[in-house]
Design a protein around this ligand. Structure first.
Ligand SMILES: [Fe+2]
Length: 195
């Protein structure tokens, strides 16, 4: 049998075609046209801002796991569980953020090495820090993401990108604020038994 360009089709085979290569078909930082009633500029701006929050949220997720493993001391068990809960909630947000970018026609960043290049969150030491320092570090990361999310939500509202505004406010900001509350209360120096 011949193909449309006159060549010979390969015979049927159950062999998977392995080790395939090809060129990139959409560049990072670009958006394709989707019929969403949103301008190109609005979608470009939202994708850029959400990618920044996505990078920082992926780092926050990884920091939560690192600190979940590195917890110690009398409140080890409680904090070990709490940090893992927050990590899972951040991981869910990472998916929401990435899929928002795809919904707008953009390209969500995914490779951890790319994430490391774009994040604005300071890299912690590779070893273990004291517990209050680890918690404080997580709070700093939260605040950085919250500042970005508030600003990005306001810009999305200005450009008419209501879906991005809603996602940032109702999911990123609200989840981040709640997690920051739970962490902050562990840094209050309060007596446990005698006032
Ligand atoms: Fe675990």
């Amino acid at each position: 049998m011949t193909t449309t360009d006159g060549g010979l089709e390969p015979p049927p085979s159950s062999q998977p075609r392995l080790h395939q290569h090809g060129r990139e078909i959409q560049e990072f930082g670009s958006v394709k046209q989707f019929p969403l009633g949103l301008s190109y500029d609005a979608r470009m701006l939202s994708c850029e801002q959400v990618n920044q929050i996505l990078a920082d949220s992926q780092i926050l997720y990884a920091m939560y796991k690192k600190h979940h493993w590195h917890m110690r001391g009398p409140t080890f068990y409680q904090l070990h569980l709490l940090l893992d809960k927050h990590a899972q909630e951040q991981l869910a947000l990472v998916d929401v953020l990435a899929e928002r970018i795809q919904t707008l026609g953009g390209v969500a960043l995914g490779d951890p090495r790319h994430v490391g290049e774009l994040t604005s969150i300071e890299r912690p030491p590779d070893g273990v820090e004291e517990v209050p320092v680890m918690l404080s570090r997580l709070l700093d990361a939260h605040e950085k993401i919250l500042i970005h999310a508030h600003a990005a939500a306001a810009r999305a509202a200005e450009t008419g990108d209501d879906g991005t505004n809603d996602m940032l406010v109702s999911q990123v900001v609200r989840t981040g604020e709640l997690q920051a509350w739970f962490l902050s209360e562990h840094l209050v120096d309060t007596p446990l038994v005698r006032a």
